[in-house]
Design a protein around this ligand. Structure first.
Ligand SMILES: CC(C)(COP(=O)(O)OP(=O)(O)OC[C@H]1O[C@@H](n2cnc3c(N)ncnc32)[C@H](O)[C@@H]1OP(=O)(O)O)[C@@H](O)C(=O)NCCC(=O)NCCS
Length: 209
């Protein structure tokens, strides 16, 4: 198998574990996604069919295949977000570096979501910091971008708490939840986190302050 730069790999900070998806994640992924429909749908690409069908275990197999293929050719680094409790992993969300463009751009877009049952514990800032540091250290990337709807206060807080730079306002940027939605672009480059020794370290420092 071809091993793409920086992937597959496992990343961890405390109880937050990021690992490549497994075929056996189908049931957990489907259950979390179906239970969280009202929580996730406003922020996601409009599904091409009914939510339950698009998030069934059978659909996971297609998602899994697509992510695996993109990862294999170095265009994505998808991770299942798990919480480790009493030595056991619990699947709680998703984070992906996608649309990876290499050479002079060396950049990626990051997308993420988490189970509403574990929201508000700082899991996503931790996951995003882990992914960004990995992208810059082993992934061969120089820049990561996150695009967020202005209405998505929780996600904007994730970017703000990590100190990502607000760079752009993109009108009618992506087809989300049934319409072309405006997005705010946040970015971070290697230079931005050098002084802090990485984004995880910055996050630990800011969280403790
Ligand atoms: C955005 C999201 C990933 C944040 O993850 P998280 O792990 O909860 O992140 P945090 O713990 O740092 O919380 C971020 C903000 O969410 C809000 N929040 C906290 N607890 C919450 C809860 N129980 N329910 C809803 N929002 C909550 C707070 O505004 C918090 O900011 P604060 O720390 O300044 O108070 C999560 O809310 C989510 O998955 N939302 C639905 C999908 C989505 O929006 N994806 C991103 C698309 S760009």
């Amino acid at each position: 198998m071809t091993r793409a730069l920086g992937y597959p790999t496992v990343l961890r900070d405390g109880p937050v574990l990021l690992r490549p998806y497994k075929r056996s994640d189908a049931q957990d992924w489907s259950q979390v996604r179906i239970r969280n429909q009202p929580w996730l749908a406003p922020w996601e690409a409009t599904p091409i069919g009914p939510w339950a069908q698009m998030n069934s275990p059978a659909s996971f197999r297609l998602v899994y295949k697509g992510l695996k293929e993109a990862a294999k050719i170095g265009e994505a680094m998808p991770f299942a977000i798990c919480l480790v409790e009493d030595g056991r992993e619990r699947f709680v969300g998703h984070i992906n570096l996608g649309n990876i463009v290499r050479r002079a751009f060396a950049s990626a877009y990051c997308g993420y979501w988490i189970d509403s049952r574990v929201a508000g514990q700082g899991i996503m800032p931790t996951a995003l910091a882990l992914v960004v540091d990995h992208a810059f250290s082993s992934g061969g990337l120089h820049r990561v971008e996150v695009n967020i709807r202005p209405e998505n206060k929780a996600s904007r807080r994730v970017a703000e708490k990590l100190g990502l730079r607000e760079e752009a306002y993109h009108p009618h940027y992506m087809f989300i939840d049934g319409a072309w939605r405006d997005h705010i672009g946040y970015g971070v480059t290697i230079e931005d986190v050098l002084a802090d020794g990485g984004l995880v370290r910055r996050w630990h420092r800011l969280r403790a302050a």
